[in-house]
Design a protein around this ligand. Sequence first.
Ligand SMILES: [Zn+2]
Length: 217
Amino acid sequence: MFLISQYICIPVGDLSTNCYLIYDENRQGVVVDPGGDFELIMSTINKNKLHIKHVLLTHVHFDHILATQEVMDATGADLLVPSGDEPALRDPRLNLIGYTQNRAEINLKADRLLEDGDEITAGSLVFNVLNTPGHTPGSSCFILGDLLISGDTLFAGSIGRTDFPGGDSKIMRRSLEHLTQLEGVNTVLPGHGPSTTMQDERRDNPYMNTTGYDFNY
Ligand SMILES: [Zn+2]
């Protein structure tokens, strides 16, 4: 497949969550996980003259969503959310805002709920939704050509926690097995920390191979 896409990674908020702007050759695109720092996100969108069609959430934890409403209001984008995390759009126990000092009230409404296998289009970009539960019930990766946007499922050398409400280490293991078998994916863009490659993760990430596997945090 011939695909021209570009991305910008903006670490946002107290937990340095990676917010991604991903766009096509006509600068049409999406924002993934606007977790905070609304003004920084908007100035980057404006500076790059991007037209944002959708806000995509990999999952609904506070550090991935706190600037969602503001970005939607400023860009006119709609909100696409994995169906398994829909209750967390309101429930502080699930989105974890209740665990923080932040007293913001989260009350978001999805325009579209995403299921495994769904496609999302923005300009000439077509993302495939891969549900990878474990960190949360709805946690999903988005595949665009050879890019994998992995949220808090897969990090460089590590994986997301499974001890929050709705997390499940056995289900996480299945999701990771699924990811190791993906063909055609090269670059991995995680929800926190540096980007990596699928090849490096298959080789070096203990959760992605058989060198060791311990989910007892
Ligand atoms: Zn998370």
